[in-house]
Write a new protein. Sequence first.
Length: 50
Amino acid sequence: MENHGVDPDVEVVQRPQDYAAGRDVQLDEAVRLALEALGSTPAKEPPEIV
């Protein structure tokens, strides 16, 4: 459809109080989700060089 962006995967509401306090709730939620994903699927380690 024209004039319609992509629907968000995660809905994050940024309140005026957050903006006034300088908090970025979208970034905080993204970091939380990334750390949660790393906890369930840890990053792979590079192979040892012999």
